[in-house]
Ligand binder design. Structure first.
Ligand code: AMP
Length: 213
């Protein structure tokens, strides 16, 4: 089963994707994670995208489509979870072509709805384990032992460079201008399902499970 998790930054896409990876053997394809890896590798492409990401703008379609194309050619295990991709109509069209050419289908698009005020709070309190990527929040999801990851035991918590209020406002602007039209696009294709992303983590998990099952 291949699905898209669609929603603004901070909607909880990454958290839910990680749960699906753990419970359903699915593969998370987060273009944000791929771009952060490229950025850290110091390659020419990495340096080019670092600035764009720090500002909260979108990286060009060609770059992200290229990253996804490579992954779709690999093992699909329990299916792909597209997390943060597609973000433009051109990316959505490219994904449809790539799925067709690799003989795969897109089974569902799950829109995670949240309001903007909640996003600012979620994003500015968010940090992740630098080793395994588990996501935490300084109000809603603290690790059991301060500074130590519940999942892998590492003590290497990080905050993303773009998780500040200024960059978030730009990311939200990009979302409303370029990504939110995808809601209508997938609705028209009969593939859209909407869940309340503001419910607590377990309830969101249950809503997503009921779409998948
Ligand atoms: P994310 O981790 O999904 O919040 O993405 C972080 C940043 O990476 C975004 O603000 C963009 O700069 C860039 N990015 C991630 N995915 C895409 C995409 N599909 N298209 C364009 N830019 C992207």
């Amino acid at each position: 089963m291949n699905i898209i998790l669609l929603g603004p930054p901070g909607a909880g896409k990454g958290t839910q994707a990680r749960h699906l990876v753990d419970t359903r053997d699915m593969i998370q394809l987060s273009t944000g994670d791929m771009l952060r890896e490229a950025k850290d590798s110091g390659t020419e492409m990495g340096n080019k995208v670092a600035e764009v990401m720090a500002r909260g703008d979108l990286v060009t379609d060609d770059i992200v489509i290229g990253l996804i194309r490579e992954k779709l050619e690999g093992d699909s295990k329990g299916g792909f979870i597209f997390d943060g991709f597609p973000r433009t109509l051109a990316q959505a069209d490219a994904l449809a072509d790539l799925m067709e050419s690799t003989g795969q289908t897109l089974d569902a698009v799950i829109e995670m709805q949240v309001d903007d005020a909640a996003l600012v709070e979620r994003i500015t309190g968010r940090y992740t384990c630098g080793e395994c990527g588990e996501v935490y929040h300084n109000v809603t999801k603290r690790p059991k032992v301060e500074g130590v990851c519940d999942n892998c035991g590492a003590s290497n918590m990080k905050q993303r460079a773009d998780d500040n209020e200024e960059s978030l406002r730009q990311r939200l602007m990009e979302y409303y201008k370029k990504t939110s039209p995808l809601i209508g696009y997938y609705y028209a294709k009969g593939q859209l399902h909407t869940v309340d992303g503001l419910a607590d983590i377990d309830d969101v998990r249950a809503s997503i499970a009921s779409v998948l099952d």
